[in-house]
Design a binder for this molecule. Structure first.
Ligand code: SAM
Length: 206
């Protein structure tokens, strides 16, 4: 199996919100840095892909759905599925070269929208028992299939609390990879966006 991997996120939400945009930019940049491709599939024809994404050579915008793209090649594709019976392992990098993710924002409790992709019959692998953001799920998959980390040896941070000041904080209900600075790895601009949303939620209460 070739070393070059494709990470494909099937667009399932109505629109591309600011959270997803930051997540997809992070996936595209990391794919570029690692010699991989990042494809956003099933985009509506009229979809305006943000310029930041189109500027990254590793990024591919695709109107076809994943079923159509890989109709002849289904066995190359691994669906990252929180309900799969088997966890992802380094040797899966020899079996699959395309890794498929649901283009869904995390929700708490999870609504299992990955089931929309499960129905299409791709082989599934789980990334452990906790829900990850989409960019984290891609990062962890890359660490396992490219860098050969067993899933259990990746440093994680579960449900980190982002502290805004002495009294206010936001707990993120997801699993993240722990960065070298001890903080959760998040897309550039994400902390600021979460803070803005938290401030708005407080304003709306007043
Ligand atoms: N609440 C979601 C649902 O409705 O399925 C999970 C969405 S998660 C934010 C986005 C994508 O990341 C999922 O569709 C899946 O491909 C991947 N993902 C996240 N956590 C995962 C896990 N623990 N195991 C496997 N895949 C995961």
């Amino acid at each position: 199996m070739s070393a070059s991997k494709t990470y494909i996120v099937e667009h399932l939400d109505e629109e591309l919100g600011p959270w997803s945009e930051l997540e997809y930019l992070a996936i595209a940049k990391e794919s570029q840095e690692n010699g991989a491709k990042f494809c956003l599939s099933s985009l509506p024809a009229a979809f305006k892909v943000p310029e930041g994404l189109t500027a990254i050579p590793a990024f591919i915008a695709e109107t076809r759905g994943v079923e159509e793209i890989y109709a002849q090649d289904k066995s190359r594709v691994c669906l990252l599925d929180p309900a799969a019976a088997k966890d992802l392992a380094p040797e899966d990098g020899e079996t699959f070269d395309v890794f498929l993710f649901g283009g869904i924002l995390g929700d708490d409790p999870p609504r299992d929208r990955t089931s929309e992709l499960r129905k299409k019959g791709f082989e599934g692998r789980r990334l452990g028992p906790k829900q990850m953001t989409t960019d984290t799920a891609v990062r962890v998959t890359r660490m396992v299939v490219e860098q050969k980390f067993p899933l259990a040896e990746i440093p994680y941070l579960d449900f980190p609390e982002l502290k805004w000041n002495e009294h206010e904080s936001t707990e993120m209900p997801f699993r993240y990879v722990k960065g070298e600075d001890g903080k959760p790895i998040m897309p550039a601009g994400m902390v600021e966006l979460i803070k803005k949303d938290a401030d708005k939620a407080i304003d709306d209460l007043m």
